[in-house]
Design a protein around this ligand. Structure first.
Ligand code: IVH
Length: 691
């Protein structure tokens, strides 16, 4: 028997590694490697097999679409297999050019022939899903599984409000007998952040990234839990179709799907040739950070379906489509140390000091570890190789460690007993997750953060008062309290390091300018725990004066829209402390002023004054923004969720869980006509249940 060659050994090793990590990733939703590292191993194996085809075993991960049917879900056989597309890993323009060249060659086009038209889309980073509609009714939702057989996840998918349970019939047209829609379930970045925040508060396991959170939710065996995980969906193609004239172009298919009421991403286009592909790739690269969801690339598809048929498939991938990637948003690097950062409310956050690494478009050397419990759960220790994630404008975070040997014994990280900045005692309330410095404004770190918050654009808006300057002002003892900011004159400021006369003069002017503000901004600027901008606005509107707010007892605070017991207690405790009242007095003495009647003026009674409404589903003529604007113009408020304090829910087509909640709580439900009656001041108390 021959010794296996070194390449054969490496191929076998790669297959084993890839099988293990694919199982962790696809089946258990618990990946241990960042995507980029997995892709690199996959490509290494692909390259070995290409060079030496004899190495290609039937069970090689390169030979099949991955995934496995989980126990607990019924298997679903896909009438049309759910295939994947080739990935162009060259993230430069050359990737797009190579695809166009291949397509032209396969179609037998010469240089004199016209450019190919491509439908270009985003590559959503979620989980492939098939939705089967029969006579316009959603009958089944299935995951991809191994491409031939997936899992029946209909119950979970029905909880996604974005997915219509019944298609809309476009004017004059009938609904298809069978329409299988293919698309991606994903989680928006803000929903993901909120979900993880909630998990963290409860001390539950957090999710590594939106895709894993989405995958976990879709395959959650308990639909009630799945329903609490906010999922979204974009349609991008078709599976089985019967009784419908499929349009001639992919872009028209997407238009038709949108007309059926399915969510189709608006960020798509039809472009010409390689140039058009390159331009789209670049445009999306620039916009990527600002998108509300993760993408890992763009997808190019030949637009004409007759040409798609002509091009056909190679093994399991269409020749007419390709995914063109972007640099990864997760990377591996070394954890060099853990430091503690003290926040505005005294919260101690462990911060990872990293070997600088390029991820999500910037070099990252610090990343949050959130709190000591998460740090323990993730099991990261100094010296470990860790996975860092940075997506969009979200603060970079360490999501876990890459298993491997530890060089030697490294002790577990412990929270300090004393604040590393002011040496005050560190406390953790019973049952709370966070450790806090008890130093309050005695602590320089909290003072700095309080000043920065006060000066922020959405608070007092003091232009030019940034973190460097605040550091200096606090460190040299010039500013100890908020009011002391207003005692800074040209002389004191110009004496500071690196402070030009011009900048000093600008800052004095900015301070002066900030004195004329609004009550809402002033309340927000004080930095009361749990009082964000929206609550500050509600408080200003409700009380109309800072004195009335300062004197309010908890039951009065609870009368304010959206103020619950935790917020009421926090506000009351804040103003119960004499030094906080003194700060307010001193700030007023510095000349800070606002229109005391601002609250009352804003609340100029309209037909909906004091009413909170919730919008859900699609209204026949009004867009969501239009409805919101009308409600607010009539003095009402639009809230995001239904509670006992909701006065009415305005429900349109495909209204989901909010409507159910309203019905269960006995909250009035209006349709668009009902809303218009309320806006006209006619309908109070009359509920019109829409179906
Ligand atoms: S088209 C036969 N379009 O990327 C072509 N896929 O391998 C079917 N994906 O897991 C795929 N965004 O779920 C297509 N705009 C898009 C996509 C997209 C994300 C996912 C898809 C699959 C993988 C493709």
């Amino acid at each position: 028997m021959l010794e296996p060659s070194p390449t054969a050994r490496r191929a076998a090793e790669l297959r084993a590694l890839l099988h293990r990590h694919a199982h962790l990733y696809y089946v258990l939703d618990a990946p241990e490697l960042p995507d980029a590292a997995y892709d690199a191993l996959f490509q290494e194996l692909q390259a070995l097999e290409e060079a030496e085809p004899a190495l290609r075993t039937p069970d090689s991960p390169t030979q099949r679409v991955l995934g496995r049917v989980l126990e607990g879900f019924e298997p679903v056989r896909h009438a049309v297999p759910m295939l994947s597309i080739r990935t162009e890993t060259d993230t430069t323009d050359a990737g797009a050019q190579a695809f166009d060249a291949r397509v032209r060659r396969e179609l037998g086009l010469g240089p004199e022939d016209a450019p190919v038209e491509y439908a270009v889309e985003l590559k959503f980073d979620g989980l492939a899903l098939s939705l089967r509609y029969e006579q316009g009714v959603l009958v089944r939702a299935a995951t991809r599984g191994d491409g031939e057989t997936g899992e029946d996840v209909t119950q979970n998918i029905r909880t996604i409000c974005q997915i219509p349970l019944r298609l809309q019939a476009p004017a004059g047209a009938a609904l298809p007998a069978v329409l299988e829609v293919r698309g991606e379930v994903y989680m928006r970045r803000d929903d993901f952040e909120r979900l993880n925040e909630r998990q963290r508060e409860r001390g539950d396991k957090t999710f590594v990234n939106p895709r894993n959170a989405a995958a976990g939710a879709v395959r959650q065996l308990d639909p009630a839990i799945a329903a609490q995980r906010p999922l979204s969906f974009f349609a991008y193609g078709l599976g089985e179709v019967a009784g419908w004239m499929v349009p001639a172009r992919h872009s028209q298919v997407l238009d038709a799907l949108a007309a059926f009421g399915l969510p189709v991403c608006a960020d798509r286009a039809v472009v010409l040739g390689a140039e058009g592909l390159v331009a789209f790739h670049q445009r999306v690269a620039a916009a990527r950070d600002g998108l509300p969801f993760d993408i890992d690339g763009v997808v190019y598809k030949v637009d004409r379906l007759d040409l798609q048929r002509q091009l056909g498939f190679v093994t399991r991938e269409p020749r007419w489509a390709v995914a063109h990637k972007y640099p990864a948003q997760e990377q591996m690097t070394r954890l060099n140390g853990i430091e503690i950062q003290v926040g505005r409310t005294g919260k101690l956050t462990p911060v990872a000091k990293l070997e600088p690494v390029f991820v999500g478009g910037t070099t990252v050397s610090n990343a949050t570890l959130h709190n000591v419990f998460e740090l323990r759960r993730k099991g990261v220790r100094v010296g470990d190789t860790v996975i860092v994630r940075r997506a969009g404008d979200v603060i970079p975070e360490v999501v876990g460690r890459v298993p491997g040997d530890r060089p030697g014994y490294v002790s577990n990280f412990l929270m300090p007993r004393q604040c590393p900045v002011c040496a005050s005692e560190v406390l953790r309330e019973k049952g709370a997750i966070d450790h806090r410095c008890s130093g309050g404004l005695f602590c320089a770190a909290q003072r700095k953060q309080a000043l920065l918050h006060f000066a922020g654009r959405r608070a007092m808006d003091i232009e030019g008062l940034g973190d460097k300057l605040v550091d200096q002002l606090v460190d040299c003892g010039l500013v100890r309290t908020l009011p002391e900011l207003y005692t800074l004159g040209l002389a004191k400021l110009s004496a500071l390091d690196r402070m030009a006369d011009k900048s000093a003069a600008n800052l004095v002017a900015a301070l002066e300018h900030s004195k004329h503000t609004t009550l809402a901004r002033f309340i927000f600027a004080l930095g009361i725990r749990h009082v964000g901008e929206a609550t500050a606005r509600d408080l200003a509107r409700h009380f109309g004066s800072i004195d009335r707010l300062m004197d309010a007892a908890e039951p009065q605070l609870l009368e304010v829209t959206d103020v619950g017991p935790v917020v009421a207690r926090s506000i009351h405790t804040f103003f119960a402390q004499p030094h906080h009242r003194e700060i307010v007095e001193q700030l007023r003495a510095c000349g800070i002023r606002w229109d005391e009647h601002e609250g009352a003026a804003q609340a100029a009674p309209g037909p909906l004054t004091g009413k909170t409404l919730v919008l859900t589903g699609t209204l026949p003529t009004l867009s969501r923004d239009e409805a919101k604007a009308l409600i607010e113009a009539a003095g009402g408020k639009v809230a995001g969720s239904v509670s006992g304090k909701t006065d009415a829910v305005v429900a349109g087509a495909e209204a989901g869980s909010k409507l159910e909640k309203a019905l269960s709580l006995g909250v009035t439900v209006l349709d668009e006509a009902g809303l218009r009656a309320w806006l006209a001041g006619e309908g109070d108390g009359v509920g019109v249940v829409s179906t």
